[in-house]
Design a protein around this ligand. Structure first.
Ligand code: 5GP
Ligand code: MN
Length: 323
């Protein structure tokens, strides 16, 4: 049984590193801190946690988030007994933490992305789970782990953010059941909502309005996209915060939109695409270009200018959807 293996590996490992994905979201952070909390309470040992890019400040309320180290603070030549990746769809999604992952004695990959190929020694991948945290709640139940209030807050937050507050189509009866269990451990749902959705800076909201305002529309408004240029971002935002979180959903919110995407310029020849759909499978579109994700929420990093990236994406959409 995979749960028995998981239990004995965690029990026998002294040095454990928990890894989150690049551009961390509520699921990877909540799952990582939730796992930290579970291991602390149930095995009485402290893990290390690593982030490979800036943690959005709205997530500062997640328990144990202050324990997370930035990749620069870790010794990349170190050999851990165990590295656990959480919500990391592909090994490249954890940037330089990949070096520590590959050197580790054992590796575990806990995730819910359909495109995850199972790159670790032990893989717990449930594509039907709405969030990696949903997979974790299942594991905690199977293993009879004690769930503290801190753990519950971490995991509930992860489920809330990956389901857009239980409104995305990935929300199932099981998602609600597990989230409900977390409320039983004393989580305040309305506090979590406020922290995740009503804590944005004024500049972020103004910036997103600007981006929506200059969006382009194609195919009778079925395709909506906008480009986020670095210089525009810097004008609104001086502290390096990610101002694009939730922007793609704003374009999908338009009644005619089938596919929405945001192209963010990271450097003149590197662009990050965040894509959302109402029904068509966009994981295949992003996978074809080297990325991945879920049927209705996917992304890809492309080594090209924003304009060229738009061309590549539209080409793929034309070929796969409108041909
Ligand atoms: P987001 O638009 O929120 O950044 O990402 C949406 C979904 O697509 C997430 O579930 C994320 O894991 C996946 N995703 C985003 N970017 C990439 C990428 O570059 N590669 C892969 N494999 N998946 C991605
Ligand atoms: Mn996730």
């Amino acid at each position: 049984m995979v749960t028995d293996q998981l239990n004995s590996i965690i029990k026998n490992s002294k040095n454990i590193l928990l890894v989150s994905h690049i551009n961390p979201d509520g699921d990877t952070l909540g799952s990582m801190c939730g796992m930290y909390s579970l291991i602390l309470d149930n095995y009485k040992k402290k893990c290390e946690m690593v982030a490979v890019s800036k943690i959005p400040s709205i997530y500062n309320f997640i328990p144990y988030i202050n324990e997370v180290k930035f990749i620069d603070e870790l010794d990349l030549s170190r050999e851990y007994d165990l590295v656990i990746n959480l919500d990391v769809a592909a090994i490249d999604r954890c940037a330089d933490a990949k070096i520590l992952f590959e050197k580790s004695k054992y590796t575990i990959n806990i995730d819910h992305h359909e495109t995850n190929i199972g790159y670790a020694n032990i893989n717990v991948i449930e594509p039907k789970a709405a969030a990696t945290a949903e997979v974790l709640v299942g594991l905690a139940i199977d293993l009879g782990w004690n769930i503290s209030n801190e753990t519950a807050l971490c995991l509930y937050t992860a489920i809330v953010t990956d389901t857009g507050c239980f409104k995305f189509s990935n929300t199932t009866p099981k998602t609600m059941e597990y989230a409900g269990k977390m409320l039983n451990y004393g989580v305040d749902a309305s506090e979590v909502y406020k922290n995740c959705y009503e804590s944005n800076s004024k500049n972020m909201v103004l910036f997103q309005s600007y981006c929506v305002n200059k969006a382009e529309f194609l195919h009778n408004d079925e395709i909506a996209y906008t480009i986020v240029y670095k210089k525009d971002l810097e004008k609104y935002n001086s502290n390096g915060e990610d101002f694009t979180d939730g922007l793609t959903e704003k374009l999908r919110a338009i009644v005619t939109t089938e596919i929405a995407f945001v192209v963010k310029e990271l450097s003149p020849n590197v662009s990050k695409v965040s894509m959302r759909s109402k029904s068509v499978d966009i994981a295949q579109i992003c996978s074809a270009l080297g990325g991945g994700g879920h049927k209705l929420a996917a992304g890809v990093l492309i080594k090209a200018s924003p304009k060229k990236t738009v061309e590549l994406i539209l080409e793929e959409i034309e070929k796969r959807i409108y041909d």
